[in-house]
Design a protein around this ligand. Structure first.
Ligand code: 5RP
Length: 231
């Protein structure tokens, strides 16, 4: 690791210390997770750790394979010891917005399958109210997505935008779905109610609100240190 790691790098390396030999580990998605994977690969090489990883995205599975981290799936390992993943926002109640990388559905399934959920973030992601610095991603099936979008807008009191690629095409998730990025004028007043309301809408595959799904947060600092927050 560089002498003064970036905040994301510091968080990823700190979380890698949670891993013990024999563990089945969920591997999140994103730039912070890439540092965690690097740190985990180093530990596997140096300490001969024996672990099995379950990836939350095709991108993470590819990176893990490149780094020599053994990969399996939830069919073989339905219950995991730990997942380490990133987040887009974290509030004081340890509620999260996730899905900036479009992997929220698999990330939530893997988080729910894990005995412990560790979140790694760089600076600037802790907020007093969710939805104030980041749009809320909602994964929807492509069939009837314009209708689903209108239902999400009405039920959520928000403005949803279909996420697009640089070419202007709808962004397609690993599950073949689309993402609605939802803007809330004054943030999300009641995340639990919003989650319940949006989850009821036909066509919504998953909501990027992670409630009761985070046990510990590692927040990297600009000076390379890490603040650890236990729920
Ligand atoms: C992907 C996610 C990511 O964990 C989240 O977007 C944070 O990404 P990064 O570590 O690149 O800032 O939820 O769906």
């Amino acid at each position: 690791m560089a002498e003064t790691p970036s905040p994301k790098q510091a968080a990823g390396y700190a979380a890698a210390k949670l891993v013990e030999t024999g563990m089945k580990i969920g591997l999140g998605t994103g730039t912070t997770v890439a540092f965690f994977l690097e740190a985990l690969a180093e530990r596997i090489g140096q300490e001969k750790l024996e672990v099995i990883g379950v990836a939350t995205s095709v991108q993470t599975a590819e990176l893990a394979r490149e780094l020599g981290i053994p990969i399996s799936d939830l069919e073989h390992y339905p219950a995991l010891d730990l997942v380490i993943d990133g987040a887009d926002e974290v509030d004081p109640q340890f509620r999260l917005i996730k899905g900036g990388g479009g992997a929220l559905l698999r990330e939530k399934i893997v988080a729910a399958a894990s005995a412990k959920v560790a979140i790694i973030i760089g600076s600037g992601k802790r907020v007093d109210r969710l939805g104030t610095t980041f749009l809320l991603p909602v994964e929807v099936i492509p069939f009837g997505h314009a209708t689903t979008r209108d239902c999400v807008a009405k039920a959520g009191g928000c403005t949803p935008y279909v996420r697009t690629t640089e070419e202007g095409e709808p962004f397609v998730t690993d599950n073949g779905n689309y993402i609605l990025d939802c803007r809330f004028k004054n943030g999300i007043a009641d995340p639990e109610k919003l989650h319940a309301d949006l989850s009821q809408i036909p066509g919504v595959a998953e909501v990027g609100l992670f409630l009761n799904l985070c046990d510990i947060v590692f927040e990297g600092q600009d000076d390379g240190s890490v603040v650890t927050l236990n729920r």
